[in-house]
Design a protein around this ligand. Sequence first.
Ligand code: DOR
Ligand code: ZN
Length: 346
Amino acid sequence: MDHLSLSRPDDWHVHLRDGDAMAAIVGATARQFGRALVMPNLQPPITRVQEALSYRARILAGLNQEHPFNPLMALYLTEGTPKEEIARVAETPEVIGFKLYPQGATTHSEAGIRSLEALDPLLEALAHYQVPLMVHGEVTDSDIDIFDREALFIERYLEPMSQRFRSLRIVLEHISTREGVEFVERATGPIAGTLTAHHLLLNRNAMLVGGIQPHHYCLPVLKRETHRQALLAAATKGHPRFFLGTDSAPHLRSHKESSCGCAGCYTAHHAIELYATAFDQVGALDQLEGFASHHGADFYGLPRNTETIRLQRVPTEIPDALPFGEETVIPFMAGQTLPWTMTEAE
Ligand code: DOR
Ligand code: ZN
C-alpha cells in the first residue's frame, strides 16, 4: 500500500501547555487533527469550566490553519471538586470530562487525588451525569516498583471502581501494559483506553540501552517488549474501545536533558505518521482509520469527522529540534526518517 485516505483523525489526549510554549506547538496538533482533548495539568491546574473555556479561547486565538480545529477540554479532578462543577461540565459541550491524576503520579500532579477511597461521592456524580473520567492509572506509593504501578492501580482501584459504578464512563489513558489492555477488553461497561504512538513503537530498551535516553522517558514509563506487543495488538485489531491519544507532552530540552529530567515525549509534530509506522509494522494499515478517526468520537458520543486526510509512502524527516518558548523541544525520533507523510486530501 503506497497511500491511504482516512477521515481526519482526533487526538484524545494531548498537552498543549500555555503562553509562548503553547504558541510554538499548538499548530502541529491543529494541522493534523480535527479535535483534541486538551489535558488540564497547567500550573495552577484547570479545575473549573470557566478556566477551561478561557484556556480554550487562548488555544484558538493563535491558530490560522485552514480546516476547523475543535479543542475539547478536560477539567482536573481534585478532592475539592464541587458536584455543581460536574453538572456544569455535563451542560458544556466544549468540556467533555474530568482527568484523574493520583497525587505525585506525573508532571504537575501535586493537586491530584490523595485518597481514591474518598472519591466515591464524586464518582457517583460523574456516573449520574454521564461525564467521562479520564484516568492516569498508576499507583504512586514509593515502595511500588515503577514498572508495576499501572498493573497495581488497575487491580487495587480501577477494577473495584468500575464494579462499584457500572455506568461510569472511564478512559484508561496511555495504556502501557498487557494488564491495561486486558482491563479494557474484559470490561462490559462503558470503558475505553487510549494508546500513544511512543508506547506502540518502543519498549524500555529504547530508554536504557546504550546510555540513558531522556527523550524516551515518559509516564507511564515504557515497558518490556511483551507489553508493547499487547498494545500493538489491541490498537490494530479493530476493537472499538481502543483509540488514539498521543499524550504528546513537550518539555524544554534543558528540562529533559538534566540530572533530573522530566517525563514526556513530544509526538504531535508527526503524530499520524508515527501511528502509521506502527500499524504498518504489523501489516494493519487498514485498521488505522477506525483507531485514529472513529472509535474515539463514537465513545465520546460525538460525530465522526467528515473531512479526509491522505497518508503517502513518502519519507518524512524529523527535525533535530524545534522552537519552543525561549528554547527548543526535541521531537520524538529526532533526526530519524519515517516512511509516511501526511498531506491534505486533494
Ligand atoms: O510523560 C508524561 N508527560 N506523562 C504524563 O502523564 C504527563 C506528561 C506531561 O504533562 O509532561
Ligand atoms: Zn498526559
